[in-house]
Design a protein around this ligand. Structure first.
Ligand code: NAP
Length: 318
């Protein structure tokens, strides 16, 4: 089951949770990467053509495929148990964001992976957007004065019928909002806290449709940098996924979820390759028997739920 380091054979992979992101991104990325061979899929209601299909992870393990790894694309609630079964079966594990429903679950999965000697990759796809690495580089050594995050999208367009997202543990508007936090904590690493949060929870649901956060992070020479974040899940018209960083050396703007970078009046943009990069990183982690687990964005969301005020707003219907 473990990957033979001397072998050029592809990583034999199963994918779990065949929904929107599995179909939109994972299956195409896996198909295009010769380092992977998709062997099986696990879903209660969906099938993937051309591979073995199972209804749950236990059935997959019992089938005795010579598997190396699994990629988990289910919602965050329940993902920890799936990861634990996979690790027990000797598999390396890649997880969609957010890595699990709680910080304790991530710690448990990580400890289990370490004890079993398995690779664990908690992915943050937005960190792979084209503008993120150059933004981080440009900001290094600059005095950051303020950060403004506007992450506004239409739940009906991107998450049609996904009731789980508004249940407890579904993250609500933090499901996209955590992508903004994953980028912000990547380009400005260090000292992040949530200082205030206000959330709008629709009547009869458990997770917010909107949130306004005040955060801060470390700046140069012990300074604190104020950060505001506005997350809106009911935004129609042009969708907005922007991070604006004002510095003593000018303004840096990441638009379109990090794929467009504007700095010093210059705009750079590159085709989307987030999931190709994620699978490339996973292949490298498997090859080197390493793991990558950063819970910083999840911790900020957990803190927002801890300190945030909740206002009940009118019921939401699809
Ligand atoms: P989705 O369309 O609802 O797909 C998730 C799939 O997981 C479902 O089709 C379902 O397939 C399976 N599943 C297993 N247990 C489930 C449960 N208890 N409740 C609901 N579904 C369950 O969701 P998604 O948009 O692909 O999101 C999955 C993960 O990817 C989330 O963590 C999300 O944050 C992340 N993600 C989503 C997007 C996006 O644009 N949608 C982008 C990036 C990352 P069966 O019913 O057949 O088992």
């Amino acid at each position: 089951m473990a990957v033979d380091l001397s072998s050029p054979k592809p990583i034999r992979l199963a994918i779990v949770g065949i929904g929107k992101i599995a179909r939109d991104q994972h299956l195409p990325a896996i198909a295009q990467d010769p380092r992977f061979e998709l062997v099986a899929a696990v879903s209660r209601n969906a099938v993937v053509d051309g591979v073995a299909n199972y209804r749950d992870i236990a059935e997959l393990v019992a089938a005795g495929h010579d598997l190396d790894a699994v990629s988990l694309c289910t919602p965050p609630v329940g993902r920890a148990e799936i990861a634990m079964v996979a690790i027990d079966a000797g598999l390396d594990v890649m997880m969609e964001k957010p890595p699990a429903a709680t910080l304790s679950e991530v710690a448990r999965i990580e400890a289990h992976a370490v004890a079993a000697g398995r690779t664990l990759f908690a992915t943050w796809h937005s960190r792979e957007a084209a503008g993120v690495a150059p933004a981080r580089q440009w900001l290094e050594g600059r005095r950051v004065e303020r950060v403004t995050i506007d992450w506004r999208e239409d739940i009906r367009r991107w998450h049609p019928g996904q009731d789980w997202i508004l249940e407890a543990g579904g993250f609500g508007v933090f499901d996209p909002g955590i992508n903004a936090l994953s980028i912000a904590t990547e380009i400005l690493p260090g000292g992040w806290t949530v200082d205030d949060a206000e959330m709008h929870v629709p009547e009869g649901r458990m997770s917010p449709l909107a949130a306004d956060l005040r955060l801060s992070c470390d700046g140069l020479a012990g300074a604190r940098v104020p950060v505001t974040a506005a997350f809106d899940f009911l935004h129609e018209g042009p969708q907005q996924w922007d991070i604006v960083v004002d510095t003593d050396g000018g303004r840096l703007t990441l638009r379109m979820g990090g794929s467009v970078l504007e700095v010093d009046g210059q705009v750079s943009e590159a085709p989307d390759a987030e999931y190709a990069r994620l699978y490339g990183k996973f292949a490298e982690l498997v090859r080197t028997r390493a793991s990558a687990v950063d819970v910083t964005p999840l911790r900020l969301v957990a803190d927002a739920f801890l300190v945030g005020r909740r206002t009940i707003v009118p019921a939401f219907a699809w």
